[in-house]
Design a protein. Structure first.
Length: 166
């Protein structure tokens, strides 16, 4: 199994698992490898270091073990307060956070599909129960909703959010 670091033309980085280099090239040539964020088929391999396993790792000192238990936000806060600097967050971390937030939206909203504008109006005018919804609306429908005082927000949902990742 080959694990490849991949990137689309929009600089979205992601990982792909393939049986071999030939398998990756074949899938890419057939358009089967696309960016999970934007569905861009222009994918390139990025340089990556091989993983070498020389046996069990030596026990880390207690201070190092404790620091590994911090979450990224806690670690960033600790770094910021200790050195008064703003830590840089890796782009792959931001992508993961973005996908996680979109999955949360998907899990906590009802998909009303192309009935979005009608459902939003019905809720706004008290003809339907208030609930969190998502769906599709044309640009003209979205503008009409906003002009009526109905708050809407465009939300791009990449394929990676709609499907379970294997």
């Amino acid at each position: 199994m080959k694990v490849l670091n991949l990137q689309c033309s929009h600089q979205h980085a992601f990982e792909g698992w393939f049986a071999s280099e030939e398998d990756f090239q074949g899938q890419r040539a057939r358009g089967l490898v696309t960016c999970p964020l934007c569905a861009d088929p222009a994918i390139q391999k990025m340089p990556s270091a091989p993983r070498l396993n020389f046996g069990a790792a030596a026990d880390a000192p207690p201070a190092a073990s404790a620091s590994r238990e911090l979450s990224l936000p806690a670690a960033n806060a600790a770094i910021s307060s200790a050195h008064d600097v703003t830590p840089v967050v890796d782009g792959s971390v931001r992508q993961a956070e973005f996908l996680q937030a979109l999955r949360k939206v998907m899990a906590n909203t009802e998909d009303v599909g192309h009935r979005f504008a009608d459902e939003a109006r019905a809720m706004h005018y008290g003809d339907a129960e208030q609930r969190s919804i998502r769906g599709q609306a044309s640009r003209a429908e979205a503008i009409e909703l906003i002009e009526e005082g109905i708050e809407v927000m465009p939300l791009p949902l990449p394929a990676a959010v709609k499907e379970t990742l294997q």
